[in-house]
Design a protein around this ligand. Structure first.
Ligand SMILES: Cc1cc2nc3c(=O)[nH]c(=O)nc-3n(C[C@H](O)[C@H](O)[C@H](O)COP(=O)(O)OP(=O)(O)OC[C@H]3O[C@@H](n4cnc5c(N)ncnc54)[C@H](O)[C@@H]3O)c2cc1C
Length: 228
């Protein structure tokens, strides 16, 4: 929520990516407004996998330029194994989409969007300090006709399934369940994958899905001491 957010040409990454999936598979777009990067200066805000997908898609659509900005500082070239083991090491990585062509910048905070006639024309940015706040005197402008917001996953949608089921959630709004039984606070409800651990990776979803299926099977067969 920064000034200029309402301008045309600023979109959530998922709106951009999901309609491109439909184009590729030949499915109807269902009356959504087309979001296309062809001939445009594209700025992707967010340096994760979703951001990478936006870069690859923008390049394939023929973007004039693609810039990716990340609020976190640039990670080190090499991981510090002693510091991070056994966790996944934090180090500078280049995704296959980034390899195809993008200008990347780190420790960048967006202050506001500029526009003309209701359409975005650029971003007012500044270097971000360790608290992600803009550092005065470091402001700069990025030209943009299309801005893709590839950050800010807030957790599973609460309205509907989660609230309807009445299952307990953690402080990040994920559904609470352990990684042995996957049973939630309600005995007939099990949770796994992104719903349980938050936005993550496919390999985790597969692992949790399989383990959860086993736990449910054992529960149905009366082979565990879980509440029934
Ligand atoms: C743009 C993007 C790029 C990503 N890139 C990568 C990557 O490069 N590598 C990687 O490892 N991970 C990546 N991820 C993360 C990865 O996609 C997820 O971690 C993974 O898909 C989680 O799997 P899941 O089965 O837990 O949840 P999901 O894949 O979200 O599946 C949940 C399913 O439940 C369905 N559903 C929702 N509500 C209901 C309901 N009420 N009733 C029935 N069904 C319902 C949904 O439609 C969906 O099909 C990316 C994610 C995004 C969004």
């Amino acid at each position: 929520p920064i000034p200029g957010r309402e301008l045309d040409g600023i979109h959530f990454a998922m709106d951009f990516l999901s309609q491109q999936n439909r184009r590729v598979t030949g499915e109807p777009l269902n009356n959504v407004t087309p979001i296309l990067a062809g001939g445009k200066h594209v700025v992707v805000i967010g340096g994760g996998d979703t951001g990478s997908d936006c870069i690859g898609t923008s390049n394939r659509q023929g973007a004039a330029s693609v810039t990716q900005i990340e609020i976190m500082p640039m990670p080190p070239e090499k991981e510090n194994k002693a510091l991070v083991w056994p966790n996944y090491p934090v180090k500078f990585r280049i995704s296959s989409s980034q390899e195809e062509g993008v200008t990347r910048d780190f420790a960048v905070a967006t202050i506001r969007f500029d526009g003309e006639n209701g359409k975005v024309t650029g971003l007012q940015c500044a270097r971000a300090d360790e608290k992600f706040q803009p550092i005065p005197g470091t402001e700069f402008v990025l030209k943009a006709d299309l801005v893709l917001l590839a950050m800010g996953f807030l957790g599973p949608v609460q309205e509907g399934l989660v609230q309807g089921a009445g299952v307990a959630t953690d402080k990040r709004s994920n559904v609470m369940a352990d990684t042995v039984k996957y049973q939630t606070s309600r005995e007939k409800f099990f949770a796994c994958g992104d719903m349980r651990r938050g936005q993550s990776l496919v390999v985790w979803a597969i692992r949790e899905g399989r383990q959860c299926a086993r736990s449910i099977d054992e529960w149905l067969m009366g082979k565990t001491d879980l509440p029934r």
